[in-house]
Every structure is written in structure tokens, then in C-alpha cells.
Design a protein around this ligand. Structure first.
Ligand SMILES: *Cc1c(COP(=O)(O)O)cnc(C)c1O
Length: 402
């Protein structure tokens, strides 16, 4: 496997990582904006609603809002943060199908008028606590082809979606749209193709029931580009093909619908993952015989599953060892600092070549961890603090105090 070097990074991100003398999470706002602008070019006319949970950082939301992106919020707390960051309330929708009466009432009070739903019970609650709101019904997807499938907990089959939207209409809500989420880090165009088939089927049946929605929400799932799988193989998602399938799908759905139909997309990971990186350090490189009798190297880092790398059970992140531009390398299991054995890459399949000369305290850069890093961080598991964050080319800021 080839080693990653600082030369593989965007220059502002590399400079900010190199300048850091303590651990931190660095976001490259210009890179995030660039990814957003590319997405708008690839999917002309599609409204972007950033899925906030992927990076609930005010500066990121504000930067995206300045480019015209809205927010996909999942709780009143996220709605408040989006508004505080400057997202116009009309560009905030409540994309979580899971909500209490109080969540709905709070979001409505804050001015949100568009809500996701997938059940008759939720429709009744929306009618009571968000009277007259626009609702879009989420269709269930199988999640095939995604690293995280997100199936089962959300959405309903096409036939039920018609019932849900009819009930919404009868309860005085506006049956405004349909949505899908094809699974996070979706690696195949086929998944969007399948979603378009389901969406088309529901649009046809809705038309027969006299229900005319005005938008389709294509959800999240667009992949990050810089991940490796559990074995260390680059994931290399076919992004161009995915965009082509989505463009064709939108044409097809407009044809089926026959009337005006707007499209919304809710990327999370895709916008931020590759434009955030962690400056961590080596706790220790050890070699020892474990309970299975195997002798292995273990590289313990200062950050892991509970402070920045929550997704390390499904992914490997590319690592840069700036103090060790050349080998020799030894294969090691990479692990976080806590007393939890899940805080590690898979030791059966995930050995990573690391410089044999690594010493405690040496800096390590963990790449493509801008998505789901802060949101999955614990308050201080085992006393390892959440990482403060900073911005490439911008003033340093603590993430812990807001
Ligand atoms: C999490 C989520 C997203 C973003 O998913 P990504 O895979 O990060 O793009 C979008 N929409 C909804 C409703 C979500 O829950």
C-alpha cells in the first residue's frame, strides 16, 4: 500500500495541520464551499439542504448558507442552530420522521413549515401541532450498496406512502412531496436508479388519487471520496456515474409527474468529509502477543472512536505521519486511546503500514474525517476530551463552548 503524504492534501488544510502543535479537528471551509458549488453544477436546479448532523458547526452552516444551501434539521435544537447560523427559515426543513409532539410544536413555533413523515401516527401529530404544514413522505429503501444502509428505521413502502399522504391531505396538511435516502456512503448508481423507480410508481398512483406533490427530496447518501474500507482498500465511489443516474432520474420523474416538480438533495457526508482532518498524536506504538497468541504491532492514537473517529469500525482513514516521510514500515492495528476494545480498527483484516520509528507524541494526521466527527464525539470517554476545532486559514476556535 502506498503511503499518504502531505502532498496529497489541499494546501490550506496541510498548512493548518502542520501549524497545529496540539490535537484538533481542522475544517477547510473553502473546500466545503467548493464541494457544494460542484454539486450545484452537477445537479443544476436542485436545492441543497445540508444534513446538519454530519457537521453541526456554526461556521460550516454559515459558509454553506452564504452559498444558498438550506438545512435538513432533525430536532428543534438543530433548527435553532441553523437559524443562528443564518439559514433562512424557509430553507430549513424538518427531515426526521421521528419526533415527539413537543419537537413538532417547537419546530413549528420556530417557523419550520415543511416536515418529513412516514406514518399515520406522525401525520396526526403534525396536523395537531403543525397545522397546515407541508409534509413529504419518506419511502423505505433497502440500503444495498451503502456502507451504512439506514433501512428499516425510516420510510414506508410505496403503497403506504399513498395512504400517508392521503391522510395528510384529509387532516388539513399539504401533501407536498416524497423523499428517499439510499443509505449513507452509497457506492452505486443502481441505488438511486431503484429509488427513482419507486418514486415514479408512487407519483403515478398519487396522480390517480388526485394528489399532486410539488417536490422530490433525493436525500443524502452521496459519498465521500477519500475513505478506505476495513481492509484498507480505497473505496473509490463512481461519483460521475451517480450524478448521471440522478440527472436521468430527475428527467424521468418529471416526465411521469407531468407538472412542475422541484428537486431537493440533502447531502451530509459528501460536502464535509474530505474537507476535515484531525491533527492527532501517537500515544504509543507497541508490539505484543494478544489473547489469540498472535504477535502484532498496535498503534495507539490520541483520538479514536469516542473523540472523532466513530466510524472506524466500518472504515479506515488515510493517515499521514508528517515526521516520518519514509519507512521502514510495520503492519499495525490502529486504535484509539480508551479502555474500550471497540475503539480500534479490525485486527483481523485492517492492518495498516506505519513507520516503525514512531515515538510517543509524534503528530499524525487523520484525513477525510470531516463528517460525523463532532456529532459522534462523547463528552469525554475515559477522560479523553472532545477535540477543539479550527479552520484552515482562519482563526482558531474552541468547539466545546457553543
Ligand atoms: C443523515 C441524513 C442525511 C445525510 O446523510 P449522508 O449519508 O451523510 O449524506 C440526509 N437526510 C436525512 C433525512 C438524514 O437522516
Amino acid at each position: 500500500m502506498s503511503a499518504v503524504t502531505a502532498a496529497d492534501l489541499d494546501a490550506p488544510l496541510a498548512a493548518a495541520l502542520a501549524a497545529a502543535t496540539e490535537d484538533r479537528l481542522v475544517y477547510d471551509l473553502a473546500g466545503i464551499e467548493g464541494r457544494h458549488d460542484t454539486l450545484r453544477r452537477e445537479l443544476p436546479g436542485v436545492q441543497v439542504r445540508f444534513a446538519m448532523k454530519a457537521c453541526p458547526v456554526d461556521e460550516v452552516l454559515a459558509a454553506l448558507a452564504r452559498r444558498g444551501a438550506g438545512a435538513d434539521a432533525a430536532s428543534p435544537g438543530e433548527v435553532e442552530q441553523a437559524l443562528r447560523a443564518g439559514v433562512p427559515v424557509g430553507s430549513v426543513h424538518y427531515g426526521n420522521t421521528v419526533k415527539s409532539d413537543r419537537n413538532i410544536a417547537e419546530a413549528y413555533r420556530l417557523g419550520v413549515r415543511t416536515f418529513a413523515t412516514d406514518s399515520l401516527q406522525d401525520v396526526a401529530a403534525l396536523a395537531a401541532h403543525a397545522p397546515g404544514a407541508r409534509v413529504f413522505c419518506r419511502l423505505a429503501t433497502g440500503g444495498a450498496g451503502a456502507v451504512w444502509g439506514l433501512s428499516n428505521k425510516f420510510g414506508c413502502p410505496p403503497a403506504d406512502a399513498v395512504r400517508v399522504l392521503a391522510a395528510a391531505r384529509d387532516a388539513g396538511l399539504v401533501p407536498a412531496g416524497l423523499s428517499v435516502h439510499v443509505g449513507s456512503q452509497q457506492m452505486t448508481g443502481e441505488a438511486w436508479h431503484g429509488a427513482v423507480e419507486d418514486l415514479g410508481e408512487v407519483l403515478r398512483v398519487l396522480g390517480r388519487h388526485g394528489i399532486r406533490v410539488d417536490h422530490v427530496n433525493l436525500g443524502g447518501g452521496l459519498p465521500a471520496l477519500g475513505y478506505r474500507d476495513r481492509r484498507g482498500t480505497p473505496l473509490d465511489p463512481p461519483l460521475d456515474k451517480i450524478f448521471a443516474v440522478i440527472r436521468e432520474g430527475m428527467d424521468e420523474l418529471r416526465r411521469i409527474h407531468g407538472g412542475p416538480l422541484d428537486f431537493v438533495i440533502e447531502p451530509g457526508r459528501h460536502l464535509v468529509a474530505d474537507h476535515g482532518a484531525i491533527r492527532a498524536h501517537v500515544a504509543r506504538l507497541t508490539e505484543r502477543r494478544a489473547a489469540d497468541g498472535e504477535r502484532r504491532h498496535w498503534l495507539y492514537l490520541s483520538c479514536g472512536k469516542f473523540n472523532g473517529l466513530y466510524e472506524m469500525d466500518a472504515l479506515q482513514y488515510r493517515l499521514v505521519f508528517p515526521g516520518h516521510p519514509a519507512g521502514p514500515y510495520v503492519p499495525a492495528v490502529v486504535a484509539g486511546p480508551t479502555c474500550d476494545s471497540d475503539d480500534a480498527y479490525s485486527h483481523e483484516e485492517g492492518l495498516v503500514p506505519v513507520p516503525a520509528a514512531l515515538a510517543s507524541g509524534d503528530p499524525v494526521w487523520v484525513l477525510s474525517c470531516g463528517a460525523y466527527a463532532t456529532s459522534y464525539t462523547t463528552q469525554g470517554f475515559n477522560g479523553f476530551a472532545p477535540l477543539p476545532y479550527a479552520f484552515a486559514g482562519g482563526p482558531e476556535r474552541s468547539g466545546a463552548d457553543d
